[in-house]
Design a protein around this ligand. Structure first.
Ligand code: GTP
Length: 482
């Protein structure tokens, strides 16, 4: 059985192995799950959200492009311009009809000849080359494509930010005669962003080429520029890269990690930014990690408890085996000597009477020789049983060796010890061991009372002497000192 420090070392080793094993598997599975969640956000969730919003936006922009194209090719529009813009009411009705039917925010026409700006609510004013608000017209006039998408404030509608589709109008000889189109309010897109934000729990917003937040659902409200905002400003330069290919970035914010997916939308000249705090998605993984650790700690504790219990139980069993005589199940000589030592120490502190009875089976060799060793063993076992059942509880009975037994009687004066010895002698002598030829088994006994200042050896010597005296006196008798 390992000694206490050895046991402690063994248990520590088991604990360390379990802890290291559990920690390694828990951490490894946490890292794998975390990477899977992160991979899901970065590789799938954010790009998909970006793609969905982008396609929604394209849909929203393509429809007005189609409406504007129809307006630019409408024979009524072209004839009305070519016929000298005679009845502005007629055009206003037309523009109003386009707006109402298609649910656009505004519809307009600018004549190249008169430079008048016609609006669905009537003729607004003449546009001026030097007016910054009208710069768009002179740009459209010169461009080599049929239309452009322009995000500008709508001056006819309290400068509300609007997406305009500016479509060139040509006469039947392909000469430029004006520009027409519709405007869309950004409210629809803002609503779309809000819906996506709520559904996917992500921040979705647009910034222009200089990083200003131009359109948001709810999340980026209050943000002016991504160049100034904590966290994202570290990656702002990488976002504003003019690439329509989606860019995937991440930045730390208040000890958490934000994953960002951004893409340039050429139709708008804006960047669509989809952001997600990965911490929220990682929370279940972290909770699972904590649960794993807790279970690991409990298992480690349980294993240690079982190990301690088994070690102690085995130790007790081994100690019992080491102290017990295997044939008779009585204490052996070593165990008896330990008990005697304890009793003598106690006696020094608290004087009281202590007696001993040394017992030897008479002519045991004859039993062995006549009936065999197995019968001899059986007799020894039976004598031990008789002694065990006859001594008082609290008395210490042991096999002293061979066919000898010893009893230590606590708090027992000589007379009482003598009485017990006689009782034992008779119990064995009268017992039928069922040996052939009705052979009886008898014992000789020596009874001693421990004297003050007597050593253990002296005590045994006297007991031995008295036993010898009983033998020489004819056996099957008890001899006591005094
Ligand atoms: N069967 C058996 N015999 C044992 C055991 N231990 C000792 N013996 C035998 O016990 C016998 C003891 O014999 P002796 O010491 O000569 O004494 P005795 O024959 O009992 O004669 P007295 O003591 O003089 O009455 C020996 O033959 C031992 O071999 C045991 O565990 N089993």
């Amino acid at each position: 059985m390992p000694s206490f420090p050895k046991r402690l070392r063994l248990l520590s080793l088991v604990a360390v192995l379990l802890i290291v094993g559990f920690l390694t598997t828990s951490i490894a599975s946490y890292l794998v799950s975390r990477d899977a969640v992160r991979g899901g956000i970065v590789g799938t969730a954010l790009p998909l959200t970006g793609d969905s919003i982008y396609s929604e936006i394209q849909k929203d922009i393509l429809r007005p492009v189609f409406i504007s194209s129809q307006m630019a090719h409408d024979t009524f529009v072209r004839d009305w311009l070519l016929n000298g813009e005679k009845d502005p009411e007629q055009l206003t009705r037309y523009l109003n009809e386009v707006k109402t039917k298609n649910g656009t925010f505004t519809s307009f026409l600018v004549s190249e000849k008169t430079r008048y700006y016609y609006h669905n609510s009537g003729m607004l004013r003449a546009i001026e080359p030097n007016d910054a608000r009208d710069a768009w017209y002179f740009r459209v006039r010169e461009m080599n494509k049929a239309f452009e998408t322009n995000v500008d404030p709508d001056w006819a509608n309290r400068a509300k930010v609007t997406i305009f589709i500016n479509y060139q109008i040509f006469d039947y000889q392909n000469r430029f005669i004006g520009t027409t189109g519709v405007g869309l309010t950004l409210d629809t897109m803002s609503q779309l962003l809000k819906t996506y934000e709520t559904r996917f729990q992500r921040n979705i917003y647009f910034v222009n080429e200089s990083g200003q937040v131009v359109l948001t659902g709810n999340s980026a409200q209050g943000r002016n520029s991504i160049l100034l905002h904590d966290g994202i400003r570290d990656v702002a330069a990488k976002i504003l890269n003019h690439q329509s290919k989606p860019t995937q970035l991440s930045y730390p914010l208040n000890g958490q990690v934000m994953q960002v997916n951004s893409r340039f939308i050429p139709e708008l000249g804006w960047y669509l930014i989809v952001e997600q705090n990965e911490t929220a998605d990682l929370r279940p993984v972290q909770r699972m990690f904590q649960l794993n650790l807790l279970i690991s700690a409990l298992i480690t504790l349980l294993v240690l408890c079982i190990a301690i219990y088994s070690i102690n139980r085995n130790q007790r069993r081994l100690e019992a085996l080491a102290n017990t005589d295997s044939l008779t199940r009585l204490l052996n000589r070593q165990a008896f000597e330990v008990v005697l030592n304890q009793k003598m120490t106690e006696l020094a502190r608290r004087p009281c009477s202590l007696a001993g009875i040394l017992i030897d089976i008479d002519y045991f060799k004859v039993i062995n020789d006549e009936f065999g060793h197995l019968t001899g063993d059986a007799v020894l076992r039976k004598v031990a049983d008789i002694l065990r059942h006859t001594v008082r509880t609290g008395d210490t009975l042991a096999r002293w060796g061979g066919e000898e037994f010893i009893i230590l009687l606590d708090d027992c004066p000589r007379a009482m010890a003598l009485e017990l010895a006689e009782h034992l002698r008779l119990a064995v002598a009268n017992y039928d061991f069922a040996l052939p030829r009705a052979t009886s088994v008898t014992m000789s006994l020596g009874v001693v009372e421990l004297q003050a200042d007597e050593t253990e050896d002296e005590f045994f010597q006297r007991a031995d002497y008295l036993l010898y005296a009983a033998k020489t006196a004819g056996r099957n008798c008890v001899m006591a000192d005094g």
